[in-house]
Design a protein around this ligand. Structure first.
Ligand SMILES: Cc1cc2nc3c(=O)[nH]c(=O)nc-3n(C[C@H](O)[C@H](O)[C@H](O)COP(=O)(O)OP(=O)(O)OC[C@H]3O[C@@H](n4cnc5c(N)ncnc54)[C@H](O)[C@@H]3O)c2cc1C
Length: 489
């Protein structure tokens, strides 16, 4: 409880700094990564261009990445969300939206609603900048899951502050479209949109062994495993979407009052509160629920005008209501560090079972996974070399832990990478380690760096130290502890 208050006060302090130019501490989401930089708030493109010519710089969207990819100390940090690059336009002929670097996902979604359109896909939070989210490979689930896949053009400033526009026909486009701060500032993008549509959204409480049967006919699925349930056949919450006209309306499953299922439902309804406020009881509670034989099905037809129907099919925004066990558990918590990575879809079940077994063995060291193990199924493949599903369908595995325990999640990521070499990173949520180079492709990474060198020969655009490691571009930049301590020789 005390910690929640402390965290709220800290967040307020950071929020107070927003909108102020000058030396500022830049924090990642959950404050695990930080660094001091000179905040610049570009009111216009001309002002941004002049700052780009001035000296070392980096770009920050809303600074919501968990893994610190946005943190570059001792440079001019272009605070794009706080700036004035607010272009928002829609062409009814091509159905393409034009979006500036200061626009948030929520602003874009609300604007598209006025045109009876929606984004093709999105993550479960809407305060990030559209461009920051695109550049880190942010995704939802189902078809065309990676947001950057919907890009048709983008415009950035080169090292002289001059505009460069790339369209899908340019060979460099597919690298720059998902380039995690290596090409910056990107000032404007054009995105495909989709018509508004209703879906039948079905939530099940079930077992992993039943998942495939229940997914029948669905166009998009995400599920979340209860981490301390039985690893042999984990208890899961499955969430599927089916286009509305195709949906076969099955009645919701109702438990008899005072039956095991009914008790479990009552308990699960309040699980989020226990999980948050009594973490030490977490494992025992999950064992108890696991022993009860729960089956539940709840179906909702989504409102085409609902902004967050992918994660919360009830009308209105999830954050405007109290949490609901069937739906709320799919959203990221505001109290946990979230680390994510992508594994080939057919390996997801084995990876989840491995994680459950591994964390069970770590409990005497005081480590607990928070919330649930999230799994979003990303279908199809993308032409963008750094998209999660470049090589085909993947599962996005989301793990949550107390922020002070984030390094345990990095350990689990490393173990999964050891046995599943096709593990691919989330550029805003994975620990970005050089071990990802093989899965991403050495040639593809070299190509991105060559594009960087072509447009920024003055070497004023500085990108994050982990990304430097990923691109294998040598010595650390000034301002990092590792450079100051002369650790890298
Ligand atoms: C609560 C929460 C929920 C989330 N849910 C999801 C989810 O459901 N699915 C998912 O995939 N991810 C999710 N994420 C991750 C999030 O979408 C990404 O980390 C995203 O990058 C954050 O966008 P941002 O604007 O904060 O970018 P930042 O974190 O500020 O920056 C990210 C990167 O983009 C670069 N950048 C930003 N703007 C520009 C620009 N204009 N030009 C060039 N480079 C730029 C930065 O240099 C940095 O490298 C979630 C994060 C949070 C905090």
């Amino acid at each position: 409880m005390l910690k929640s208050v402390e965290r709220a006060l800290r967040n307020r302090k950071v929020a107070k700094g927003e909108g102020k130019a000058g030396l500022r501490r830049i924090y990642s989401w959950m404050h695990v990564f930080r660094g001091d930089a000179e905040a610049c708030i570009p009111a216009t493109e001309a002002e941004l261009a002049s700052k780009v010519r001035e000296g070392g710089f980096s770009c920050i969207g809303k600074a919501h990445s968990y893994n610190g990819v946005q943190v570059v100390p001792r440079v001019n940090a272009m605070m794009m969300r706080e700036g004035g690059l607010t272009t928002l336009a829609y062409d009814p002929q091509s159905h393409i939206a034009t979006v500036g670097a200061s626009v948030s996902i929520e602003e874009l979604k609300r604007f598209l609603l006025t045109k009876d359109r929606r984004m093709l896909n999105s993550g479960n939070y809407m305060q990030q900048t559209v461009i920051g989210a695109l550049l880190t490979g942010t995704h939802g689930y189902g078809a065309e899951p990676v947001m950057a896949h919907g890009l048709v053009s983008l415009t950035f400033l080169d090292g002289d502050g001059l505009r460069v526009r790339l369209t899908r026909n340019d060979p460099d486009f597919r690298y720059v479209a998902l380039s995690f701060g290596v090409i910056a500032p990107i000032i404007e993008v054009e995105l495909r949109t989709a018509p508004l549509e209703a879906f039948e959204s079905v939530a099940h409480i079930t077992r992993l062994s039943k998942k495939r049967l229940l997914q029948n006919g669905a166009v998009a699925s995400s599920w979340a495993a209860v981490p301390y349930s039985s690893a042999a056949d984990p208890m899961i919450m499955l969430h599927t979407l089916t286009p509305c006209e195709e949906a076969e309306r099955l009645p919701d499953y109702k438990s008899r009052i005072f039956s095991g299922g009914w008790l479990a439902e009552v308990f699960l309804k309040h699980y989020w509160a226990f999980d948050r406020f009594f973490p030490s009881a977490r494992r025992k509670m999950q064992h108890f629920v696991d022993r009860l034989d729960i089956t539940k099905r709840q179906s909702v037809i989504t409102d085409p005008h609902d902004l967050d129907y992918l994660y919360d099919p009830q009308p209105g925004l999830m954050n405007e209501r109290g949490p609901d066990v069937l739906r709320g558990v799919f959203s990221t918590t505001h109290t946990a560090y979230n680390l994510a990575f992508h594994v080939p879809l057919d390996r997801a079940e084995a990876v989840v079972k491995f994680i459950m077994l591994e964390v069970e063995g770590l409990r005497d060291l005081g480590f607990y996974l928070k919330s649930l193990i999230g799994v979003r199924e990303l279908e199809g493949s993308s032409h963008l070399p750094f998209a999660a599903n470049f090589k085909g369908p993947v599962a996005a595995i989301d793990l949550f832990a107390d922020p002070r325990d984030y390094a345990w999640l990095e350990r689990i990521q490393r173990q999964v990478m050891q046995y599943e070499p096709d593990t691919r990173p989330h550029f805003g949520k994975s620990a970005l380690v050089p071990g990802f180079r093989a899965a991403l492709g050495e040639d593809e990474l070299a190509r991105l760096f060559a594009i960087h060198c072509k447009h920024y020969p003055q070497q004023r655009l500085i990108f994050n130290e982990s990304v430097r490691g990923l691109l294998d571009v040598g010595r650390p930049t000034a301002g990092n502890a590792v450079a100051e301590a002369a650790l890298a020789v």
